[in-house]
Design a protein around this ligand. Sequence first.
Ligand code: ADP
Length: 442
Amino acid sequence: MAESSGGGSAIWFIIARVAGAVVAGAGLGLLTGSVWAGIAVVLGGYLALQLLRLHQLDHWLRNRSRLDPPDASGLWGDVVALVVRLHRRKKYHKQRLIETFRELRRSTASMPDGVVTLNAENEIIWMNRMAGELLGLRRRADAGLRIGNLIRHPDFQRYLNSAQHTHPVVIQPVTAVDQWLAMQLVPYGEGQKLLFVRDVTRQNRLETMRRDFVANASHELRSPLTVISGYLETLASDPGIDPDIAQPLGEMRRQAERMTDIVNDLLVLSRLEADEGEVGGAPVDVAAMLAMLRKDAEARPQRPAEVTLSIETDLQLIGDEGQLQSAFGNLVDNAVKYTPAGGRVALRWWVDDDGGHVSVADTGIGIAAEHLPRLTERFYRVDAGRARATGGSGLGLSIVKHALQNHGATLAVESIEGRGSTFTCSFPPRRLAGAAQQRIRA
Ligand code: ADP
């Protein structure tokens, strides 16, 4: 705004100057005998002066960094002052930008995690020192190259090409077999991405140790438990046993059975956890599996009045039959356990645009909202006393969650306390297979 405020007066100044030159030229012409020649000479001189000023300005603009601004007054002086002002402002902003950028670089460079910025084509724009070290990349030489060509791990390639980056992918770099890296992509701007790289070797080792310990401990506990259960069974079934001992013996037997259930569930869980990534498998006849589970439920002495089954598709589910059986079996088991005799349990298998879904709904005791987020944790029970009485190990829903995770599936729980619950397993469309396909394979 300030730059244009002098525009109006400058025009009048020019007009006045040109008029002055014309008058001066005419005066000179009168003296020499030719008015027009006088005007032409003065105007020519004036034009030459302006061209000289223009040349000086051009020369200075081209060599601004070395030369001082030309000494000019009037309009040319205004133009020079304006350019100087604009230049100073631009320099100031540029300096600030550079400082901010340096600050940002300094802070990301000292981060304990690796950071790589990628453009929309997944080419490396920049990376910090840690990223170079962890990924074995050269910061300067590899800039501009596609990250997919440099990190060729198949899990990372899949992650890079997928649209979903909510969870990090953990890979073992080819260069360091004993190292684990968690890689997380965060999109920003127009297709650009930030890639965070973290060394998770220690966490991974601890996790493996924990998993191995649980698996080994469960395995070791199984044999002595089988012996104890066997003897207790034999003792309890002896008709001549002292009635004073019969009751504690019965309780010991029940507890031994419970312990066996927990150990078995722990073993199932550690086997499920041992599967890295998604399982493949063959088409599984979900309808037949649910029909079998329904039959089992109806055969129990304590069960809800009604167990229904609704099969709404003849598609199959590609997966591990044992794991799926375990997941659906646990859900049906819970529904039967936590629904009173007069209630109802409904099993359903259907397909929609989102994929295939199996739901187990009951009209049982339901679960209060505050417990829902923690239900799938190991040994989490809403009511420990009741769960123990019903013989639950507290591992059922953990098994369901892991079995589903291994199939790229999710578990959704809806429940109203006192009214009932619905557990829905949702499988992605890629897990569905036509019934005909299964016949051909068979
Ligand atoms: P448990 O072996 O104790 O049943 P789970 O992991 O299968 O362990 O379930 C965890 C807890 O979730 C149970 O203790 C129970 O309180 C609750 N729960 C699971 N399913 C149902 C259901 N259908 N209705 C009511 N509560 C349920």
